[in-house]
Design a binder for this molecule. Sequence first.
Ligand code: PLP
Length: 464
Amino acid sequence: MPNNLLRQIPKVDSILESAGWASLVSVCPEPIAKDVLREHLDSLRLSIREGRVVAVPSIDEIVTAVGIRAAVLIEPGLKRVINATGIIIHTNLGRSLLASRAVNAIMRVATGYSNLEYDIEKGERGSRYDHCRSVLRTLTGAEDALVVNNNAGAVFLILNTLAEGKEVIISRGELIEIGGSFRIPDVMKKSGAVLREVGTTNRTYIEDFERAIGDNTGLIMKAHTSNYRIRGFAHEASSEELVALGKRYNIPTYYDTGSGLFYNFEDLGASGEPLIPQELKKGFDVISFSGDKLLGAPQAGIVIGEKGCLGAMKQNPMTRALRPDKFTLAGLEATLLLCLDAGSAAGIPTIRMILEEKGAVGKRARRVASQLRKRCPDAGVSVIDVDSEVGGGSFPDMVIPSVGVALESRTMTIAALEAKLRHLPLPVIARIEKERLILDLRTVLAEDEADLVAAVARAFENDR
Ligand SMILES: *Cc1c(COP(=O)(O)O)cnc(C)c1O
């Protein structure tokens, strides 16, 4: 019986000559289609031998199956999704979206030659590290600035350059883990610096730092507790105290501020995130922060501070291993230029999403809801108040009042609906709350609303 079936499998040549195959290879490179076909026929033979297949598929059926599999292979794995979670700096969904000025700047250096490492003035070799330097100095008042691949890289490079083989004094309450295995004690070990933790989890005084200073102290470090707050019976040494202590003992001071905040959100009642220019003014020798958190720029680690410290970092061979590419530098510089003026900074998508008035989000939510009511008869659609979050370990205390669309289904479980939306060609990422699927409009771009409606309609349609 199996042998009989095996003989009935269409010959490869007849598959390759079929009309279906011709139309498949008009949209998919033939070598890929052939590989998939080979695998498909192998597994078909195996299934027949094991008795799992009792009827041999036709040529058309085989070509259709191969087409579905090949389409998955040639589709880019990294793709656009709609973020309906309400978490603005969503690390899993790519953190910050770029301002159109930044995108244009990236396009220019991507499609043409640039002076990446060329000094146009002198007509000779220049340095890629010069590009964002001047705008960073203007924005922050720093003597010097250096851009590396990300802030984790910046932390490593600073510790390795300023404190290899020496002790770094840091409060026990600031031995942070950011997630994705970034922990200060581990990075410190890899950098060759020796951790000297002082104080207790909730209370650390400047005297604790002072008592720990010795012949082998290389650095006094402060790390922003980005994703948590210690409240209640708590005390920390202030930036001013740490800086004064460093100056008295001639030890450099470093503040890892996490998010690169330049925009003052205090009008929103949001506090607790260090403003970069203010912190630098307090006198830290070195400050580092991320490009793609509150700054709203491409992924980068930005180091600003005293020119002796930064000069030493530029000499470190590890700097080359952490260097940013030209797209990063172009996008970052354009974003920083927008930050020079508070009015244009509000045009950076991350900042704009934080600032968007609840009323405006509500209007968009009602618009989406009314379209969904028309297109999805099996859906229960309501407009509800929700809380958005900044995310990215920034402003962990702040909830931003927002408006969302809550979906219920008469035909599917809510988990099935959530999964269906995730598996669409344009995936929609949403969250489940109290047996409803919540689409928070704050993180859905106005220009993506039509795509969102179409995606949800499709998830309900498939079900009918
Ligand atoms: C986010 C963060 C980092 C890591 O920055 P990446 O840009 O993600 O590498 C380091 N330190 C602090 C305090 C942070 O918040």
